[in-house]
Write a protein that binds this ligand. Structure first.
Ligand code: SF4
Length: 461
């Protein structure tokens, strides 16, 4: 703490763009401000300080980051506007010229944001001229995992826990390895302590998140070992962490964010399937179902390897949910390659696909590739894939009709004068059913139907 605490009783509002890792870090920042005595308020309210955790994964993310900073400025022109994270890391100069931001903070400094803002306020108090010039704080060399404080007041029953940062993969379209730096991992003891503390406070479900989760625990190993996603003596640190978490009493459900298809080997899944609290839901990042495009994307697998991973999952789990991300309109993606991608998506039978039209990221290899596609073509391809996605999702959900599934009760809602409970099955199918005696946090068995309400599947208790 600094000698003067100028954050005490200040209203601070936070906004997170982009991924779950950003959401986790925003929550950590909120708590750091609270430890100074700042009062968190909604982003729509008039605040003294606005903190925007930015994203730069696409042009749209850049634009939204700028929009939120300007929105904050227009809410209260006298407020301190703080931009943090990936967009700042990549475009600090642009933001500095923009004029809406007072403090710009790059990545791996999230646990210092409150300190930096307090220091800024102290410096402005001592010299009001300092208000005129934005302060930029970057941490370009630090590659160690940034140990963040444990979050103490989650709002949901399901909690995302950040365990890893950075990426060494350099997919040709992606800016993240530049914006977030090399891989680094949170120490297993630190993760386990947070999970134990969550279990003691009644939380039932944890989701392990990271930028390239499959690289968890591999930063001290060679490029070859990192490529195999194992240590030199064949250990699998992510799997070991899941095994330890599954021994923690009270945690009923464990999930992970996106993992690489390469990590899904027989050895990995055979051990994972013994962790009965690990849920049968796998987000296996595909990006394209065409081998030509995958090669140009510099992805380290092909469709044969991907399909094999899905076969292994289906061998060990009953109807596992396999979800994915796909980029459409990558430079040079021919009509035939896009067709191959659609056919592959249908062959795998995904239960959900997140579709992203390709977005040029300055500084990446793909930005300089020939045959950049027109936005209309990208839009049409995204629409066609979305139609396939909807059909696959409904087919998957309907495959459970009349079967019994366990649901974690999450939220009570009222619809048409009736009270309903909503929650997710182990496969992450969102369901709705008459609340009866269930309370949020209970795990109940329901019988699935083929009917839907608001994109949720109706079930009976
Ligand atoms: S694996 Fe590829 S897409 Fe994912 S963060 Fe790393 S470089 Fe980006």
């Amino acid at each position: 703490m600094y000698l003067k605490n100028l954050l005490l009783n200040k209203k601070a509002a936070f906004f997170s763009l982009g991924c779950k890792v950003n959401a986790y870090e925003t929550e950590v920042m909120r708590q750091c401000f609270m430890s100074y005595g700042a009062v968190p308020v909604d982003f729509k309210e008039i605040a003294d300080i606005y903190v925007v955790n930015t994203c730069t994964v696409t042009n749209i993310a850049d634009r939204k980051s700028r929009q939120m900073l300007h929105r904050a400025k227009s809410m209260n022109p006298e407020a301190v506007i703080v931009a943090v994270g990936c967009y700042v890391q990549e475009s600090a100069e642009e933001l500095e010229k923009d004029g809406a931001v007072n403090v710009l903070i790059g990545n791996r400094l999230k646990n210092k944001v409150a300190d930096i803002v307090n220091e800024y306020l102290v410096s402005c108090l001592e010299n009001p001229e300092n208000k005129e010039k934005p302060v930029i704080v970057m941490n370009n060399d630090e590659q160690d995992y940034e140990e963040l404080c444990t979050i103490s007041d989650y709002k949901n029953l399901r909690v995302d826990i950040k365990i890893q940062d950075g990426c060494n993969q350099f997919c040709s379209y992606c800016i993240i390895p530049y914006a977030r730096g090399r891989i680094s991992s949170r120490k297993p003891e630190s993760v386990l302590n947070e999970v134990k503390s969550l279990a003691e406070r009644g939380f039932k479900e944890v989701v392990l998140t990271g930028i390239h989760l499959s690289s968890y625990g591999l930063e001290d190993y060679s490029v070859r070992e990192q490529a195999n996603l194992k240590t030199d003596d064949g250990r699998m640190p992510l799997l070991e962490l899941i095994e330890k978490i599954s021994e923690i009493e009270g945690i009923e459900r464990i999930r992970t964010g996106s993992v690489e298809p390469r990590i899904i080997t027989e050895e990995f899944v055979e051990r994972l399937s013994k962790c009965t609290r690990f849920m049968p839901h796998f987000h296996l990042s595909l990006q394209s179902g065409s081998d030509g495009v995958l090669k140009r994307m510099n992805r380290k697998y092909d469709t044969v390897m991907y399909e094999k991973a899905c076969d292994i999952l289906r061998e060990y789990y009953y109807k596992p949910s396999i979800t994915t991300d796909i980029i459409v309109g990558f430079p040079g993606e021919t009509k035939e390659e896009f067709e191959e991608c659609c056919e592959f998506a249908e062959k795998i039978g995904f239960s959900a696909i997140h579709i992203f039209p390709y977005s040029v990221r300055k500084g990446t290899k793909a930005a300089g590739m020939p045959d950049q596609l027109d936005n209309n073509v990208k839009g049409e391809r995204a629409k066609k894939l979305a139609e396939i996605e909807e059909k696959l999702r409904i087919d998957y959900e309907n495959s459970f009709v009349d079967e019994f599934r366990n649901v974690l009760c999450e939220e009570i809602i009222e619809f048409d004068g009736k009270i309903y409970m909503t929650g997710h099955t182990e496969e992450y199918v969102k369901t709705i059913f008459e609340a009866k005696e269930a309370s949020p946090g209970d795990i109940v068995m329901v019988r699935m139907s083929g009917k839907r309400l608001k994109n949720m599947v109706f079930a009976e208790v």
